[in-house]
Design a protein around this ligand. Structure first.
Ligand SMILES: Nc1ncnc2c1ncn2[C@@H]1O[C@H](COP(=O)(O)OP(=O)(O)OP(=O)(O)O)[C@@H](O)[C@H]1O
Length: 616
């Protein structure tokens, strides 16, 4: 192996405990500067203590009646007075905390159990599932919550379980909506695509990778709905539809107080204050969690790519000759074979827009083919068509994509899944975004290894450590326990490569895999790729903007421009004797330290391309 494992990961790992301590300190500092959240936490702690210690601290049993002192008002024996049956209001208030927390916790759990999986599936599947499901959510949401509660109680009868189910049903649509909305954006993230590409089942991707990333927003929503559930429970109990008279609840206490409003107005104060304070506390804590999470949210780096001037001019090459040359250059048994692939986007007006036009090339075993072209030339669409990850509304309109002779176009998701990971591996641009932040590196690797047949968790863990070592990560057993943030960019990209290799793929797709790394790390990762190619003999498609990366790593280059394949050739030929003027212009536009120029060259300065050739 030619690459020397960089040492950048080690200091990053050593810094992890310091980072965790810093995060806790920051969280505490944030909390201490939020007195409202502190207030909420204290109130909830008091309510929880009352609920847990009720049998110890309540002066009487909640149902104990003192017929000598009904509606007594505050006295030494009954500090908050008694109700119409002589039951001690302080004891009822304390035991009512149990009811409030159990009903609130239970109903939010029911709402989550129904709503979260529903939202996950709608958001992840998209398309018709989402359209029909979202309309269903709209209809369910339009029903007044209390009416839903009345119907459930009418069917199931009064009781704690019924109340929990009724309130859970009222809130489940909110959880479904929120989960759907977040999943819609999460599913486009690289870590989800990486998990799919590595061959994990849809269920594993959804519940193992997407769901843990919803934990923050769900915690905020859960806290707020705990408060709302207490309000609904109080309202139903107040109306006499909640718990039986023998079960203490704050809403029930309010209901009794309302009947004696004229002769004993004091009765409503204690349960009213308890409800208001507890609901307020849940909301304040929810806000606090939200603020803490937003404070931790990372600013993601987005790459802004300029679009070069469109090609114009003349050339002696024709697209037909390039396509023929691309096919002639084929080796005897290509791993990947694209024939006449045309990718289109469906427009809302029913028309289609061609993104990639009639592209053919092959990648041989042990060969690295570079896909070069400006931003928007169709490199990623081609790679995604191979991986079966084209975005919604974009499809392969014609042509054939064969992986080891197996046709991928028109393949169903199940077949694609078995191919991904075992036949195919992919590494994307941003190494940290490739990995779910809530799972350890070991979990990432073992999930994929289990999906590809590792016999047991311990076998998967052993193989995971071997893979980490293979990609140059030292102290693999220890690093398996660490989270992606504890890895430097270069180390995280090595982990992403290890995951891509877990299924021993025949073809590896690198989509700008080194663009986000600094020059030194980039060079180390490229060395690793070359080394792995030599040792494992897989074919590699390397998508890049970087001519230096292409020259250093690729055997052949395919030049794309506006969806057309302009030229395919050996790397020396393309660099030394470009056949197409656009290729020459692209190479000439590469900034060089040797040139003493006022203005960097652009493609427009050099370009002479025949309109017929580009087809535009
Ligand atoms: N979801 C989409 N729907 C419709 N068109 C799209 C979609 N995504 C990309 N395109 C278009 O497809 C064309 C090819 O895009 P592609 O992402 O493959 O380019 P690229 O060469 O990979 O660019 P970059 O190097 O910037 O990633 C572009 O014109 C782009 O605007």
């Amino acid at each position: 192996m030619t690459s020397t494992p960089p040492t950048v990961g080690a200091p990053a790992a050593e810094a992890a405990p310091r980072k965790q301590a810093r995060t806790l300190r920051q969280a505490w500092r944030r909390l201490s500067t939020q007195p409202s959240t502190l207030f909420g936490v204290v109130v909830l702690a008091v309510v929880a203590l009352c609920a847990v210690l009720a049998p110890l601290i309540a002066p009487y049993a909640p149902e104990a009646t003192d017929f000598t002192a009904p509606l007594s008002g505050p006295t030494a024996a009954h500090p908050l007075g008694t109700d119409d049956l002589g039951r001690d209001l302080l004891s009822q208030l304390i035991y009512g905390a149990q009811t409030a927390l159990v009903v609130a916790g239970g109903s939010v759990l029911v709402a989550m159990v129904i709503g979260v999986p529903l939202g996950l599936v709608l958001g992840y599947k998209g398309g018709w599932y989402d359209r029909i499901g979202s309309r269903g959510l709209d209809v369910a949401d339009a029903l007044p919550g209390l009416m839903v509660g009345f119907v459930v109680i009418a069917i199931l009868g009064r009781g704690m379980g019924t109340l929990i189910v009724a309130i859970g049903l009222i809130f489940c649509m909110n959880f479904a909506r929120m989960t759907r909305a977040i999943t819609l954006s999460e599913r486009k993230k690289l870590y989800v695509e990486s998990a799919r590409v590595s061959g994990l089942r849809e269920r594993q991707v959804l519940f193992g990778h997407v769901l843990p990333n919803l934990a923050g927003p769900l915690a905020v929503q859960g806290a707020v709905f705990l408060g709302s559930a207490i309000k609904v429970e109080a309202a139903l109990s107040f109306l006499g539809l909640g718990l039986g008279d023998d079960q203490p609840s704050w809403g029930g206490m309010l209901g009794v107080a309302a009947q004696h409003q004229a002769d004993n107005p004091f009765m409503a104060v204690a349960p009213g204050v308890a409800i208001v304070l507890t609901v307020l506390a849940f909301n304040l804590v929810g806000d606090g969690i939200n603020d803490a999470l937003s404070g931790r949210r990372r600013v993601r780096r987005t790459k802004v790519l300029g679009r070069a001037v469109p090609p114009r001019g003349e050339s002696d090459l024709t697209l037909a000759s390039v396509r023929a040359a691309a096919q002639e250059a084929d080796g005897p048994a290509p791993v990947l074979e694209l024939r006449g692939v045309t990718i289109v986007a469906d427009r809302p007006d029913g028309e289609t827009m061609t993104l990639v036009d009639d592209v053919s090339f092959t990648v041989g075993r042990g060969e690295i083919l570079g896909l070069l072209g400006e931003s928007g030339s169709g490199k990623s669409m081609l790679a995604r068509s191979v991986l079966g990850l084209l975005p919604a509304g974009v499809r392969v309109a014609s042509g054939s994509i064969r992986l080891q002779g197996r046709e991928l176009v028109g393949c169903d998701e199940r077949t694609l899944r078995t191919l991904r990971g075992s036949g195919l591996g992919a590494v994307f641009q941003n190494p940290q975004a490739n990995l779910s932040p809530v799972h350890t590196v070991g979990r990432h690797l073992t999930d994929v290894l289990r999906a590809h047949g590792a016999s047991s968790r311990s076998a998967a863990r052993t193989r995971a450590a071997e893979l980490l070592t293979l990609v140059g990560v030292d102290e693999a057993p220890r690093r398996l326990k660490q989270y992606p943030y504890q890895f430097s960019g270069g180390m995280a990209q090595r982990v992403a490569i290890a995951i891509a290799l877990a299924g021993e793929p025949e073809l590896l797709v690198l989509d700008e895999a080194t663009s986000a790394l600094d020059v030194t790390t980039q060079s180390q990762v490229l060395d690793l790729v070359l080394d792995l190619r030599d040792r494992l003999g897989m074919g590699i498609v390397n998508i890049t903007h970087d001519l230096g990366v292409a020259a250093e790593t690729c055997d052949r280059l395919a030049i794309l421009c506006r969806g057309d394949l302009l030229e395919v050739g050996d790397v020396e030929q393309v660099f030394d004797r470009p056949r197409h003027p656009y290729t020459a212009a692209l190479l000439a536009a590469h900034p060089s330290a040797d040139h003493d120029v006022d203005r960097l060259p652009t493609i427009a300065d050099h370009l002479v391309v025949d309109g017929a050739l580009t087809g535009k």
